[in-house]
Each structure stands twice: as C-alpha cells, then as structure tokens.
Design a protein. Structure first.
Length: 243
C-alpha cells in the first residue's frame, strides 16, 4: 500500500494550481517572485539568500534591494557593484550574514550574465534533466545541495516547469520535514539528514522531493514542536505519532 504522504503529494502534483506560490507576506514582492517569465533572476537570487534566517525574510531580499527603484529588471541588478550591495545589505540589515551574502548575490548576477546571457530562465529551459538543473544551481557561489534541490523542487512541483526526469530532485531536510518523518515513523528518532533523504528516495524513487512541501506544510500547520494537532492533520491515520 502506498504511503499516504506520497499519495497526497502525487495528487497535488497532478493537479496544478493557478495560485501564486507564497514566498513572502507582501503581494507585490510575491508577484515578482512568481513571475518567472519576466523576473526569473529574482527567483534564483532569492533561493541563494535562503540560509540560516527565516524564509520569508530571505526571499524578500532581491525585492528589497531595488524597492526604491521600483524596477526589478536584470539590468538594474547589474548596475550594482559589490560595494553598493554591501552598503544596502548593511543599511537595511537584510541578512544574518551581511558581510558575506552581498558577494554571493553579486557573483550570482555576474554568473547569470556570463553563463545564461542575462536570462536566468535558461537554467531550466528546453526540458533538461533534473540532474543538470541541480548541477547548475550548485555552480552558484554559496549554493549547496540543500539550496539547489530546494530551488529545482519548487520549479518542478509548484511552478510545473517540465524536466525530462525528476529523480535527481531530493527532499531538502529542514526542521519541519525531519520532525514529520520521525513522528510518522518513517525514519528513527536519531535519523540524520542523509537517512531522511534516502527514505524519501525509497518512498518515491521517480521524484523523491515530491513529498517536500507536504511535509513542510504538515510541520508548520499541525505537527508542531509542542502540542501537535494530530486530530486535524492530513496524515493522522497513517502516522505512528512518535512524539
């Protein structure tokens, strides 16, 4: 019998939604982040900022950098040199690491111009393999496996960007995902990130990362660190409730 978590994730993947992906609590910023036709670079830059701070704060950074300009074309990011970015990050306190993140941001802009002709959508255009797109994200300075697989997973799962396959898109373990998988009994209580990743591969080999968002949502809404709301959880009947 198929695991309920995988079943729910597959049903969601097979029924695309027209709703915007919720990245931040700001309608205009959210619209820019969702506009992959006109601002794919904003999405890529936001992905690279998403580390060791709240996701909503990280995803807002590319928008916040040009908020006074009110224009988010790639050429406007290119106009900013490293010193400009350092000043903006510091003045606005955009990140926990305001000394190092400006360089990651700046080098990403340079790489988008040099490798992708200034169009970040070329990273995922023409239906490439999932491994190729994960690798392209890994090439960005400061990116690692977690950020790269997260970025590609969102493109595939929520933006419905077509790839020739999906089996290289792993789950990106965070505190919510790990907690849910442990409490469901899918992995032991002492499981590390690698065990979580490989369990996801076992559950759905053709697209391991498909359960990522469902786990994250369950962790945020119901499977809370304290006082979980098991009676309302969508996987309640399939959960071992190891708390």
């Amino acid at each position: 019998m198929e695991n309920l978590l995988s079943q729910i994730a597959k049903e969601r993947f097979s029924k695309p939604t027209s709703q915007l992906v919720h990245f931040v609590d700001d309608d205009k910023a959210n619209a820019i982040l969702n506009d992959l036709d006109n601002y794919p670079h904003v999405y890529v830059l936001a992905c690279l900022m998403d580390r060791q701070i709240k996701a909503e704060r990280a995803w807002r950074i590319p928008y916040e950098i040009l908020i006074e300009e009110n224009s988010f074309e790639f050429s406007n990011y290119e106009k900013l040199n490293l010193n400009d970015l350092k000043a903006i990050f510091s003045q606005k306190n955009l990140h926990r690491f305001n000394n190092t993140m400006p360089e990651i941001f700046h080098r990403a802009v340079v790489d988008i111009r040099r490798k992708y002709d200034g169009n970040a959508a070329n990273i995922w255009s023409d239906k490439p393999s999932s491994a190729a797109v994960v690798y392209r994200f890994l090439e960005f300075n400061g990116s690692g496996r977690k950020i790269s697989t997260m970025a590609v997973n969102i493109l595939a799962r929520q933006f419905q960007i077509p790839f020739s396959d999906y089996y290289s898109i792993d789950i990106s373990p965070d505190v919510h995902i790990i907690r849910v998988m442990k409490r469901m009994g899918l992995v032991p209580k002492n499981a590390d990130n690698d065990m979580v990743i490989y369990k996801a591969r076992e559950l759905n080999p053709e697209f391991p990362g498909i359960i990522d968002f469902s786990c994250w949502e369950i962790g945020r809404k119901w499977c809370r660190p304290r006082k979980p709301i098991c009676s309302e959880c969508i996987v309640e009947r399939d959960c071992s409730k190891i708390i």
